[in-house]
Design a protein around this ligand. Structure first.
Ligand code: SAM
Length: 266
């Protein structure tokens, strides 16, 4: 499958069900619908709030790449960002438009676009934020280069990608390969084939640094966070004990599913 076909797969997967929307049964586009999605998101992923630092967007030109159901996008808007958002799917863009309108908020622009070809001029944004998106895009290095291109000198990128050497990734491998005796498959194979949209990748801290090598960036900060997902919090106590064991065997500084990347453009 070439990158064009792969991107079409990614588009179709996320356009069918925007992430987060599976956690509510409330009527689509209502306040209750969005509020349930928000409560669910920040209870499972509270680390987003500190990482994003939505207040820092006040009065700044902020671009969110891959808005999804627009839960974080709404927080940027509430905090007074001069806001732009894109997503590969019309479904996500429609969520973002409805969501802001419900709160009488607005963005300068929300549109269907590709992270690998951002429709913005060079040196334009103070902040580019992207949570859980560019590892789904076939050419992740291109998406990263685009983020750097549209940032102003001194502007800040805040990105989260999945960590391939995390407790969750290993547990996922045990489920989809280990227990099925498919030991020839790697963790990367399993993420590619089984984690959300087809072609999902996970990176290690060193690989994330490598992606930034030679780029026009400094003050790089890469970290991993042990998440709700690594702890198998959705599952029963035995599964949670198993997750604890896996985590005990790992270096806790590197074992988290969320790999956050921050840097400034020089
Ligand atoms: C896991 S969801 C994350 C959405 C949102 N950031 C969140 O945290 O809920 C992945 C999103 O990335 C979008 N996406 C994937 N590839 C993309 C690309 N090349 N350009 C723009 N958006 C993309 C999908 O359409 C989907 O909405």
């Amino acid at each position: 499958m070439d990158n064009k076909e792969l991107k079409s797969e990614v588009h179709n997967y996320w356009n069918k069900q925007t992430c987060g929307t599976q956690f509510t049964k409330k009527e689509k586009y209502t306040k209750e619908f969005f509020e349930e999605i928000e409560a669910d998101r920040y209870s499972k992923e509270p680390e987003i709030i500190e990482f994003a630092d939505f207040k820092s967007g006040n009065g700044k030109k902020v671009l969110e790449v891959g808005v999804g159901a627009a839960t974080d996008f709404l927080q940027w808007a509430k905090n007074g960002a001069i806001l732009y958002g894109i997503d590969l799917t019309p479904e996500a863009v429609a969520y973002a438009e409805h969501r802001l309108k419900l709160y009488n908020l607005s963005a300068i622009e929300i549109k269907v676009s590709d992270a690998e070809n951002l429709p913005f001029e060079d040196n334009f944004f103070d902040i580019v934020y992207s949570w859980g998106v560019i590892h789904h895009s076939p050419d992740t290095p291109k998406a990263l280069s685009e983020i750097i291109r549209v940032l102003k000198p001194g502007g800040k990128a805040k990105i989260m990608v999945y960590n391939r050497k995390s407790a969750l990734a290993y547990i996922f491998w045990i489920k989809h390969a280990g227990l099925k005796l498919k030991w020839n498959l790697s963790v990367a194979d399993i993420l590619w084939n089984k984690m959300e949209s087809f072609g999902t990748k996970g990176y290690t801290t060193d690989e994330a640094l490598e992606l930034l090598k030679g780029k026009n960036v400094d003050t790089i900060k890469i970290a991993t966070t042990i998440t709700f997902y690594d702890k198998l919090k959705r599952f029963n106590i035995f599964m949670q004990l198993f997750a604890k064991l896996v985590l005990l065997l790992m270096d806790s500084k590197k074992a988290g599913w969320f790999l956050t990347i921050e840097f400034n453009k020089k």
